[in-house]
Design a protein around this ligand. Sequence first.
Ligand SMILES: [Zn+2]
Length: 469
Amino acid sequence: MGLTHQVIRTFSRADKKRSGGSFLTAVFFFLILVGWGCRSEVSPPRSVILISLDTLRADHLGAYGYARPTSPNLDALAASGVVFEMALAQASSTLPSHRSLFRSRLPSRAEAPTPTLAEVVAQNGLTTAAFTGGGNVSTAFGFDRGFETYVDDPRGFGESFDDIEIWIRTHAQDRFMLFLHTYDIHLPYDPPAPYRDQFGADYDGQINGRKTLDALRRERGFKGYRNQGSEPELEEADRAKIIDLYDGGILYTDTFIERLRLLLRELELLDETALVVFSDHGEEFWEHGSVLHSHTLYQELIHVPLIFSFPGHWAAGERIETPVQLLDVAPTVLDLLRIPIPKTFEGRSLLGLIRGEEAEPRGIASEIRNLSSRVEYPWKLIEEQRGEITVRALFNLETDPFETRDVLKERRDVGERMSAGLNGEVQDGANAFVPSVDFEGVEPALREQLEALGYVEDERPASSAPERP
Ligand SMILES: [Zn+2]
């Protein structure tokens, strides 16, 4: 504060020499200094709410440049907070991605019982609760570790949000970490009216309700769903409607962001609560010849939104280009709460980047099944293990953001360096293979829910790197 007063005094003296306007200039500089002070010394939030919007690819949000109005409330949140423009998921599937996030460890190293974010937060005195869509983030897979309350509710926010609201009202006086998760954007892309007709309202074809799921399973070539010739092939209009429905689901889910904001405002918690919005993976719409997720590590599946909002404490509308990863979420939350970060966490706090500090360059790895990838922007290497053979592809995300041209032959030096880096990060052999869904030992009701979400067992090998002789 001493510096601030000094500056105001200096400007007051200057006032006497110049006429008019200088007082306003002083106020302006005072506000800048106050803003700068808050930016460097973020006081800890009282509570944190993590919001996982399952299957939301970054580039379908206005805040990430999408032309369609799918996300007015998320965009407003982004405008009042910090947007990480290049946030990468560690896996392209729900279970390994969330497990990786909560343990801040790569999926192939996240099986071991290391501390979870919820356990550490609970040990430090915060109340912990989660309301999730169940399925691949259910209690059955151990996601309740560290949570005092963990609710698996497959009905979606439309039905479950009343319970979420009751919980927040009941715990308004507590310090808490709340984890919210929904499959409302996920297959079968069946949002309620009017959202299902929000985009592509004049479509009159085969795609609607449960049929969407079957059409996409055929499109993906899942076992038992391969097109036998009796089902109509998808036409351009059908494909467009599938994306329309996905976007309608985003717009529907976006309304709950506003409902949450209004609730926090009513309870006077808005300025004391940090919100972290992300997705566990994206979704493919034929960019690399297929649909859905869990099968590749291309950007449409691992580039996810990541937005931190803590109104009144950070410069609004900050956008950070430096690539970050979902592994960084847990250490950032702990850093924000001034809780020491466990040594087992592999990610790093993003508060330095938010304060405008330079970050050490690093590679960002992702894994799914027999695939692994590493991004050292602008380079991205994808490796596929086919038995004893490793197939590689290298892309330049700056000049080729849609990963259409493998440049490994031209840039062997980069490929070899990145491959060595990847091998240093990802375990060799079978342990590195991260299954997308493990059906073993799953209760029948949960299995039914997983199947309704499109997770039928797909025994075909994953293929991400281009075919090569
Ligand atoms: Zn998911």
